[in-house]
Design a protein around this ligand. Structure first.
Ligand code: P71
Length: 470
């Protein structure tokens, strides 16, 4: 911890290059708890941070989803909700914002990301199909499987190694994708499921060169490329920072170019777009659009609200524009990087390079004495909560679920505990508190003993599973 107090961002980079590009107008008090209270709360939650009450949490890093702070402009927009059942003015504002910043032609609103995933999967996938993607995401893969597809991970091998410093660990391995096309045939692949950034790999970006190459390969075989655009704004910053030819280009320009190599996208607007609820789907193909627009009325709501209130759509339309501002994205990703640099300096094992939305603690190296079947990442999430009331999320064997054919656990290479940073919510002082708590857990790592799963639900088990300490 020597020299700890000297490590401001400014001193790391000769001078401070940025500060949060906002000031605070309204505050929400935080509640600190005692260790006894946390022990009781954790027991009641079955050692699963998803089952804790938010009231019992001090700094909430469970997710960056729906947890961001809206701006004064977005709150003002909430008062302009046009709550007409059909044809709400706010819908047209949303449609225009997506067309302007993402460049797609046809828009379908949904209540959140998984609503969009459900519609696109049911519309494009036939039973027996295969969907390649750059690493799985829990809800995305589940909807693909429920529609009858088999998911294939075609991300580059480097993505599975938490210590590999590849600048674009979200890239698709073109040889793996080509091999799959050869093996199953292009007609069995309705689309490539491309995410930017890749959440489960640690928030890792895809390069512009890679999406261009994926598009070329897919065009030769008549396969669509569909983008999970959930954190694409953050991906755009990494392209500006790391890819030749993109230095000095704006986030908005890079975003638009990236999307131009894809045939459509789905979005959980609860992340990049700075709203508490919302999502959308967008495609360029009119026939696909008409099918999606027909299906949305079955599951979400009429095609001009898709499960959102008019005021939600207004806040979202404004959030899209705020999300692509260069100073916003730099400070958002900069805050994540600041936390990562503190932990790196203290030799705490995290996924490198640090991604866009979160720090991922490498629970395998944190707890080398724990077998994966003892849920090391879940254990670490529980220990962090006990230490300080910080809530994190398991992204390891519990999240990976079971193989639908064999019924055995999927055992992912990455066994991670995610510290996810909400946008515009916490300050640098909070990041310091988080780093110190992680350090305390690291110093007492040998005493961790692991967990056994005592209750396991059928779908997305990590949300509701309960564990007992060994
Ligand atoms: C995150 C979430 C929310 C979440 C979902 C499942 C388990 C735990 C937490 C949601 C995403 C996402 C990507 C890349 C689609 C969704 C679904 N992420 N794609 O990271 O990260 O969107 O939550 O709006 O339905 O905490 P949805």
């Amino acid at each position: 911890m020597t020299g700890r107090s000297l490590h401001t961002m400014g001193q790391q980079h000769d001078r401070r290059s940025w500060a949060e590009p906002w000031k605070i107008k309204m505050v929400e008090p935080l509640r600190m708890t005692t260790r006894e209270q946390r022990e009781a709360a954790l027991r009641e939650a079955g050692h699963n941070t998803f089952l804790l009450r938010s009231e019992d949490v001090y700094i909430d890093l469970l997710t960056d989803s729906g947890t961001s702070a809206m701006s004064d402009r977005q709150w003002a927009g909430m008062m302009l909700g046009d709550e007409a059942y059909a044809g709400s003015r706010n819908y047209y504002r949303l449609e225009a914002a997506i067309q302007r910043f993402y460049g797609y032609r046809y828009i379908v609103p949904t209540h959140q990301g998984r609503g969009a995933e459900h519609l696109i999967s049911q519309t494009l996938i036939k039973p027996g199909d295969h969907v390649p993607g750059n690493m799985y995401f829990t809800t995305t893969r589940l909807h693909q499987e429920l529609a009858g597809a088999t998911f294939h991970d075609v991300i580059i091998d480097e993505a599975h190694d938490p210590q590999d410093l590849h600048p674009f660990k979200g890239n698709v391995d073109l040889a793996k994708l080509a091999a799959l096309i050869d093996e199953v045939g292009a007609e069995k692949i309705p689309y490539v499921s491309l995410a930017g950034t890749v959440n489960m790999a640690g928030g890792q970006p895809v390069s512009m060169a890679n999406v261009r190459a994926v598009k070329e390969l897919c065009d030769r075989h008549g396969i669509r490329v569909l983008l999970d655009a959930t954190r694409m704004v953050e991906n755009a910053l990494f392209i500006a920072e790391r890819e030749e030819g993109y230095a000095g280009r704006s986030i908005a320009e890079i975003l638009l170019e990236f999307c131009s190599y894809t045939d459509g996208a789905w979005m959980s607007a609860k992340k990049d777009h700075l709203v508490n609820i919302g999502g959308w789907l967008a495609v360029n193909d009119q026939t696909v659009f008409e099918e999606l627009r027909n299906l949305v009325v079955v599951y979400e709501g009429l095609h001009t609200y898709g499960g959102m209130a008019g005021r939600d759509m207004e806040a979202l339309a404004i959030g899209i524009e705020e999300a692509v501002q260069d100073d916003h994205v730099r400070s958002r990703v900069g805050q994540v990087r600041y936390l990562g640099e503190l932990l790196t300096e203290w030799d705490i094992p995290i996924v490198q390079p640090v991604g866009g939305h979160a720090i991922f603690l490498d629970a395998r190296r944190f707890y080398p004495h724990l077998a994966q079947d003892l849920f090391p990442a879940q254990t670490l999430a529980a220990e962090l909560y006990l230490d300080s009331g910080i809530r994190s999320m398991e992204r390891g064997i519990a999240s990976a679920g079971r193989n639908p054919v064999t019924g055995d656990h999927n055992r992912p290479k990455l066994e991670l505990t995610r510290l996810t940073i909400p946008r515009r919510v916490y300050t640098q002082a909070h990041m310091d508190v988080v780093a110190e708590s992680v350090k305390a857990c690291y110093d007492s790592r040998e005493s961790a003993r692991g967990l056994v799963m005592r209750y396991e639900p059928k779908y997305l088990r990590f949300f509701q599973a309960r564990f007992d300490p060994l």
